[in-house]
Write a protein that binds this ligand. Structure first.
Ligand SMILES: C[S@@+](CC[C@H](N)C(=O)[O-])C[C@H]1O[C@@H](n2cnc3c(N)ncnc32)[C@H](O)[C@@H]1O
Length: 289
């Protein structure tokens, strides 16, 4: 992006340049990321870029875009640069205090929705609420539901609160800081949902550069990645209503081990659900009536 090379940078020229630059930096979706960032800076959708290919950028727009490109080249996730990520058709506020919501996690939300549709006023617990992606989506769809979201990170809870407000569910969601079940001692729920940290500690260093920008507390799951499942599955029976269920997202290859934990804690494994890539992604465990 050297001004001497181009007298004026048009939308088309800068997208071509940036796409190539990101490709050279190893970005997985270079052109798409260039478009998303430019749309964000211009406050327009991506279609606008294509319809206005020859429009020159204002100096202020160029400066802001240059800053965004610099960050993306350092492999900062796009969502941290734009401050937004779409999940379950809703626009979530995202900061570097939270994991960027993943499409795979929609499988967990859909599974919980299917099971809660017939419950008149479900009460739901989300352990490791992060941005609020799971519980906010559930409460947004289930108008009579109420929920509790727990997180160890005060920064994450602020983001969850902003998202609950944005999507009109704040009055039905209590957010609590603490360690897993500690803030809900003595309470029971129709459903417990969780996408806990599940990366084996030894795998963290080898992750994609983008993931290493995400909070370690959102990722690290102990030596074998299963530390949180051990605690969640052991604690769930005491926090589920009779007939209630626990739905957890799991990492690749972890479903069988998590199902094994269920047997030990007296929960029945109701289903193991695959994600869009065919990977076993969600384990549903139920407490008997
Ligand atoms: C993988 S992220 C999931 C965030 C969000 N639920 C989602 O699916 O996008 C895990 C979350 O668990 C939180 N966490 C880590 N340790 C915790 C603990 N001991 N108790 C409660 N939350 C914890 C992290 O701060 C992080 O927000």
């Amino acid at each position: 992006m050297n001004a001497k090379e181009h007298k004026t940078w048009t939308i088309g020229a800068i997208l071509n340049w940036t796409g190539q630059y990101f490709r050279d930096k190893g970005v997985a979706t270079p052109r798409l990321d260039a478009e998303v960032l430019l749309s964000h800076i211009l406050g327009r959708d991506r279609l606008y870029l294509y319809l206005n290919y020859d429009q020159p950028l204002e100096p202020a727009e160029l400066a802001a875009f240059r800053e965004a490109v610099k960050q993306r080249a350092l492999r900062v996730p796009v969502a941290y640069i734009t401050g937004h990520k779409e999940f379950m058709g809703l626009d979530f506020i995202v900061t570097s205090d939270v994991l960027v919501p993943r499409p795979d996690t929609e499988v967990l939300v859909e599974a919980a929705l299917a099971r809660l549709a017939g419950v008149s006023a479900p009460v739901i617990l989300d352990l490791g609420v992060g941005s609020g992606a799971i519980i906010v989506s559930l409460l947004h769809r289930l108008k009579a539901a109420t929920g509790v979201g727990v997180d160890i990170s005060p920064g994450a809870l602020k983001v969850a609160a902003a998202n609950a407000q944005k999507h009109g569910v704040a009055a039905r969601l209590a957010l609590k800081q603490g360690d897993l079940f500690a803030p809900v001692a003595g309470r029971t729920f129709h459903a417990i949902v969780s996408n806990p940290p599940y990366i084996p500690d030894g795998d963290l260093a080898g992750l994609e550069p983008e993931v290493r920008h995400e909070p370690r507390t959102a990722l690290a799951g102990g030596a074998d990645g299963l530390d949180f499942y051990r605690r969640i599955v052991a604690g769930a029976p005491g926090h589920l209503n009779e007939g209630g269920f626990l739905a957890v997202e799991v990492g690749r290859g972890q479903a069988a081990a998590v199902a094994g934990l269920a047997a030990m804690s007296g929960l029945g494994v109701e289903a193991v659900i695959r994600d869009y890539a065919g990977i076993e992604r969600v384990v549903i465990m139920r407490r008997d009536r």
